[in-house]
Design a protein around this ligand. Structure first.
Ligand code: PLP
Length: 372
């Protein structure tokens, strides 16, 4: 796969010890602008998923461009972004409110508008208990399965969960889904976007028929975002996360171009033991080990078109290449586009931020480890 035009940051950010994850700030800003403009043009609110970057700095850039708040996966992530001043946070997850977590949620709800996911009457009861110790009722969205078959109830069951949640004392604001089955080859993203619209419309109608007012109909992932923006249907809020950085999965899906890749792992060729093999110092502990069957290898090496990262160990990436092709020498710096940027970011303490090949900042991955 040729990816000669990834980002704008040249390979040599000076004085950088590798491996390091480098954000090309120009590309990041362009990606944020494009999604903000597209969602605004479609009349859809943008609530980016912050688990991708885990950085308050990026959330601020997203909010400056009109994001209504952030989505997160855990109460711990919500605490990190709330501490930085984000005042509207959705935990897009079926939260189980143990007593301790319930207390943390009640505390958060006093400092920001907190919404969480629910997909069962039993979880609604635990949230109801947490709600009783918070200043006002906790706000929830019912999670609907639109075809990914992870969490979420079928659209026809959404009203029963919503009714149980209302009975538990929660404020039911609407419905949400994650069309994760759009991560696949061929027309998977477009088909998943259609499933998302159908499932959310049915769930919304079911809640309304049960007398529950629906103000939020939240969907989205990065692969499906383009199709949903073209035909939002019932969707009035989108939660893409990866679009900020993009990665080799999105390249394989065609949901970004090489020029839209904002995050790369800068690595050094540390060994060249055979004409058809190089070894980089970026292993699974910086790239992440994701490898869907429809992505060739564990990441794309920008400077060695046609090469494949065929094996990863913790601190080694084995790159297989044509023995007759031009190749970087030992000690050379190269960039690797990770398969899944969220998992790569989760592995480092900080991101190196560069503009035009010059390091301009370092951002702490502040929500790293905030898994509870
Ligand atoms: C519930 C939920 N919403 C939104 C997203 C963001 O989608 P993407 O990672 O495709 O940007 C995810 C990602 O896993 C998710 O799980």
């Amino acid at each position: 796969v040729r990816h000669p035009d990834v980002g704008t940051t040249p390979v040599t950010v000076p004085d950088l010890d590798t491996p390091a994850l480098v954000v090309d700030l120009d590309v990041l800003e362009r990606n944020l602008d494009a999604m903000a403009d597209a969602t605004a043009g479609a009349g859809v609110a943008l609530r980016p998923h912050a688990k991708t970057h885990k950085c308050p700095e990026v959330a601020r850039l997203q909010q400056q461009r009109g994001a209504v708040g952030v989505s997160v996966a855990t109460v711990g992530e919500a605490e990190v972004f709330c501490d930085d001043g984000v005042d509207d946070i959705f935990v897009a997850y079926p939260v189980w409110a143990s007593e301790r977590r319930g207390r943390r949620m009640a505390g958060l709800a006093e400092r920001c508008r907190l919404t969480v996911g629910v997909d069962s009457p039993a979880a609604a009861d635990t949230l109801g208990r947490a709600s009783r110790s918070s200043a006002g009722p906790l706000r929830v969205l019912v999670e609907v399965d639109s075809g990914h078959h992870r969490s979420g109830v079928l659209p026809d069951q959404a009203a029963a969960v919503a009714t149980a949640a209302a009975r538990a004392g929660l404020e039911v604001a609407g419905v949400f889904t994650f069309p994760g089955h759009g991560y696949g080859p061929g027309g998977a993203p477009e088909a998943a976007a259609r499933d998302e619209a159908t499932a959310l419309a049915r769930a919304r109608d079911a809640l309304e028929a049960a007398g529950i007012e629906v103000t939020v109909v939240s969907g989205g992932s990065t692969p499906t975002a383009r199709a949903t923006i073209r035909h939002p249907g019932p969707v009035n809020e989108l939660r893409p996360g990866v679009y900020a950085f993009n990665d080799a999965q999105q390249l394989a899906l065609g949901s970004c171009t090489p020029e839209q890749v904002a995050l790369t792992a800068h690595a050094t060729v540390v060994s060249a033991p055979a004409p058809d093999r190089l070894v980089l110092d970026a292993g699974s502990k910086v790239l992440g080990a994701d490898r869907p069957s429809w992505v060739g290898g564990y990441g794309c090496v920008v400077e060695v078109p046609g090469a494949t990262v065929t094996a990863l160990s913790e601190h080694h990436a084995v790159v297989s290449l044509d023995p007759d092709a031009p190749r970087p020498g030992i000690g050379a710096r190269v960039r690797v586009v990770p398969n899944h940027c969220c998992n790569a970011v989760n592995l480092v303490d900080e991101l190196v931020v560069a503009r035009g090949g010059v390091e301009v900042d370092r951002w702490a991955v502040a929500a790293r480890g905030a898994n509870t």
